[in-house]
Design a protein around this ligand. Structure first.
Ligand code: NDP
Ligand code: MG
Ligand code: MG
Length: 332
């Protein structure tokens, strides 16, 4: 079983006695910076002069400096810019401002796990990753609650890095809900696998294939859209609330019977063998290397896939149908 840590296991003074630089002010950055500040931590935000996020951070009462100045002032620097540009920001603004005894924090393990960022030996390398989007992390904190976090240490130079990570998690409300101990490797590999095989990749491919099957058989695309995409929300909400059991309790017995006999014909032993190959390509770094090559060559294939799906009948049909359902847009 996972090891869990709560408020009582955690000493806020560890992070409150440090100077923290939050680099980036997007989904996670704004939540971490504001909640750490409200927990009594000395926070500055690091953003380039040209950043669109600057005015927002300043309006919310934070001191905003450049990433390099923030890292120079701080002894704890948390990198909360998009993963593909973290290595560049690290090289340009952070690396030369790290001193022995400092700590480098992340919200996701990608760049450390695959070696795009290599921190000096005298620096603690920690991760605190909330299991929710930044606006939820912030709202829960303001309401006196918290979003569960996972926390990890890659490099324990001080001998006290995990306690510091827990203290940071307390500063953003994470220990109110519970913090699970993990490693950079486990967090990164499971995150990439989950989003590729199940959440983003698996689910969208399943929806598209189901939709195409019905439309190719001569059924109306609008009807196929409802059956294969729209109603998925109901199913996922039920799973989220009570697992497969609650979903199966709520759907009809006919649907439940179809679930048992048809599910294994869709996700077969061959599918699972492919999942194992996908996991192996994540673990050996092939996926990360190819993705960074694609990103830094200007996203040619990425944009091609994006365009192709934007023109897919599923998407054009959905765009029209959602106009009939005012409550749908932004309901997530
Ligand atoms: P966002 O894309 O929401 O925000 C990125 C921020 O970085 C923006 O404020 C952007 O400013 C700023 N930025 C861009 N370039 C630079 C630069 N060169 N120097 C400094 N700041 C810059 O990122 P997320 O919050 O989604 O992701 C941050 C980290 O958190 C990632 O590691 C991600 O994996 C992780 N994470 C994200 C979660 C989420 O729910 N989104 C959940 C858990 C972890 P500008 O306005 O100018 O573009
Ligand atoms: Mg991810
Ligand atoms: Mg139905």
């Amino acid at each position: 079983m996972a090891e869990l840590f709560y408020d009582d296991d955690t000493d806020l003074s560890l992070i409150a006695n440090r100077k923290v630089a939050v680099i980036g002010y997007g989904s996670q950055g704004h939540a971490h910076a504001l909640s750490l500040r409200d927990s009594g931590v000395d926070v500055r935000v690091g953003l380039p002069w040209s950043s669109k996020s600057r005015p927002k951070a300043e309006e919310q009462g934070l001191r905003v400096v450049t990433p390099a100045q923030a890292a120079a002032e701080a002894d704890v620097t948390v990198i909360l810019v998009p993963d593909p540009i973290q290595a560049k920001v690290y090289e340009e603004s952070i690396k030369d401002n790290l001193r022995d005894g400092d700590a480098l924090f992340f919200g996701h393990g990608f760049n450390i796990r695959f070696g795009f960022i290599k921190a000096p030996a005298g620096v603690d390398v920690c991760m605190v990753a909330p299991k929710g989007p930044g606006h939820l992390v912030r709202r829960q904190y303001e309401e006196g609650r918290g979003v569960p976090c996972i926390a990890a240490v890659e490099q324990d130079a001080s001998g006290n890095a995990f306690a510091l990570a827990l203290s940071y998690a307390k500063g953003i409300g994470g220990t109110r809900a519970g913090v699970i101990k993990t490693t950079f490797a486990e967090e990164t590999e499971t995150d990439l696998f989950g989003e590729q095989a199940v959440l983003a990749g698996g689910a969208s491919a399943l929806v598209k294939a189901g939709f195409e099957t019905l439309v190719e058989a001569g059924y109306q695309p609008e009807i196929a859209y409802f059956e294969c995409l729209h109603e998925l929300k109901l199913i996922v909400d039920l799973m989220y609330e009570g697992g497969l059991e609650k979903m199966r309790w709520s759907v009809s017995e006919t649907a439940e019977w179809g679930d048992y006999i048809t599910g294994p014909r869709i996700i077969t032993d061959q599918t699972k063998a492919e999942m194992k190959k996908i996991l192996a390509e994540i673990q050996d770094g092939t996926f990360a290397l190819n993705w960074m090559k694609e990103y830094h060559s200007g996203l040619p294939k990425y944009n091609e896939y994006k365009r192709a799906d934007a023109n897919h009948k599923l998407e054009t049909t959905g765009k029209e149908l959602r106009k009939l359902m005012a409550w749908v847009e932004g309901s997530a």
